[in-house]
Ligand binder design. Structure first.
Ligand SMILES: Nc1ncnc2c1ncn2[C@@H]1O[C@H](COP(=O)(O)OP(=O)(O)O)[C@@H](O)[C@H]1O
Ligand SMILES: [Mg+2]
Length: 276
C-alpha cells in the first residue's frame, strides 16, 4: 500500500520534480558561530554545522537542550544573537517549510483547503491551488479524507495533512520538529516511510528533530546530537544504509550496528543520561 502511494506520488510530483529527485535540488545550510541566549541561559553557543544539499540530517538531544530553538533559527522563525545562518542556493529562505510537532491545522477548513493554504497565501488562483492540493493529498494517501474537517481525522492523518501542506510549496529545505512523536509506533513507522518516499522523490535537504535513535537511523543520512546549555554537537555519525529503507532494514545487522554505535557514544557522553 505504501509502495503504491509512493509510486503515485512520483507521478503526482511531475516530471520537473522527478528530474530534480537526485540530491542537489536541496539547499546547503551553513551555520557559523551561531548563538542564542534566553536571559542568562545560552541555549545555543558558538555552533558550527554544515549540511550539504540533499542531506537528511536527524537531530537528537535531551529534552530542553535547544533542538527546537536551533530549528526555529534555521527556519527564520527566530533570530540568532551571534553568528550566521547561510542557505546556499536559497539566500532568502523562500523554499523553507516547517512541520511542527502539532499538526496545527485550521479546524474550520477541510483537509483540501488546509493543504492549499500556503498557495492561497501566495495568491495562487483557487482552481490551481486545489489541483495541487489534491496531488499532495494523494501523495500522502489521504484522498478519501480530502473533504473532511481536522477533528474528523486521527492523529496520524492530521500529521499527513501537515506534511502535505508543508510540501505543497515544493520546499528545498524541510524542517520537522518531532513530527511523529505523539503517534503510536505503527503509525509512526508508516509516516517515516511516507517521509522517506517524499525525500527520495523530491530531493530536498531535511533537518528532522526526533526523540528516537531508531527513527533517526532509519531515516537519516547523518545523525547529530546536541548537548544541553550550549554544549554544541557532541556526536556526528553518518548512516550509510542503502535506500530505500524498509521493514528489512529494521532487522538488518547494519541498522542494529548503527543504533548500537549511537547508544554507546551517548552513554560515553552522558552516563545514565536519557535522550528525550
Ligand atoms: N522563547 C523562549 N524564552 C525563554 N526560554 C526559552 C524560549 N524558548 C526556549 N527556551 C528555553 O531554551 C531551552 C531549550 O528549549 P528548546 O529549544 O525548546 O529545547 P528542546 O526542543 O531540545 O526540548 C529550554 O530551557 C527552554 O525553556
Ligand atoms: Mg523541542
Amino acid at each position: 500500500m505504501i509502495a503504491t502511494t509512493l509510486t503515485d506520488g512520483l507521478t503526482a510530483l511531475g516530471p520537473a520534480s522527478r528530474a530534480a529527485g537526485a540530491a542537489g535540488a536541496g539547499v546547503a545550510v551553513r551555520l557559523q558561530g551561531l548563538g542564542r541566549r534566553f536571559g542568562a541561559m545560552a541555549v545555543v553557543a558558538d555552533l558550527d554545522l554544515e549540511i550539504p544539499p540533499g542531506q537528511f540530517l536527524a537531530l537528537l538531544g535531551p529534552s530542553g537542550c535547544g533542538k527546537t530553538t536551533l530549528l526555529r533559527l534555521i527556519a527564520g522563525l527566530d533570530t540568532p544573537d551571534r553568528g550566521s545562518i547561510r542557505l546556499e542556493g536559497d539566500p532568502e529562505g523562500r523554499s523553507r517549510a516547517y512541520v511542527f510537532q502539532d499538526a496545527c491545522l485550521l479546524p474550520w477548513r477541510r483537509v483540501l483547503d488546509n493543504v492549499a493554504l500556503p498557495l492561497e497565501l501566495g495568491g495562487v488562483p483557487k482552481a490551481e491551488r486545489r489541483e495541487q492540493a489534491r496531488r499532495l493529498i494523494q501523495l500522502v494517501g489521504l484522498e478519501a479524507a480530502s473533504e473532511r474537517y481536522p477533528d474528523e481525522l486521527s492523529g496520524g492523518m492530521k500529521m499527513r495533512v501537515s506534511l502535505a501542506r508543508a510540501l505543497i510549496t515544493r520546499p528545498r529545505l524541510l524542517l520537522l520538529d518531532e513530527p511523529f512523536a505523539a503517534l503510536d509506533d505503527f503509525t509512526r513507522q508508516h509516516l517515516d516511510d511516507h517521509l522517506q518516499g517524499l525525500f527520495l522523490a523530491h530531493g530536498m535537504t531535511v533537518v528532522f528533530v526526533t526523540h528516537s535513535m531508531a527513527e533517526a537511523v532509519y531515516l537519516a543520512d547523518r545523525v547529530v546530537m546536541l548537548a544541553p546549555q550550549g554544549g554544541g554537537l557532541v556526536l556526528d555519525q553518518r548512516v550509510d544504509l542503502p535506500r530505500p529503507r524498509d521493514q528489512d532494514t529494521r532487522v538488518s545487522p547494519g541498522y542494529a550496528a548503527h543504533i548500537h554505535d549511537l547508544a554507546t557514544a551517548l552513554a560515553r557522553w552522558a552516563p545514565g543520561g536519557v535522550v528525550a
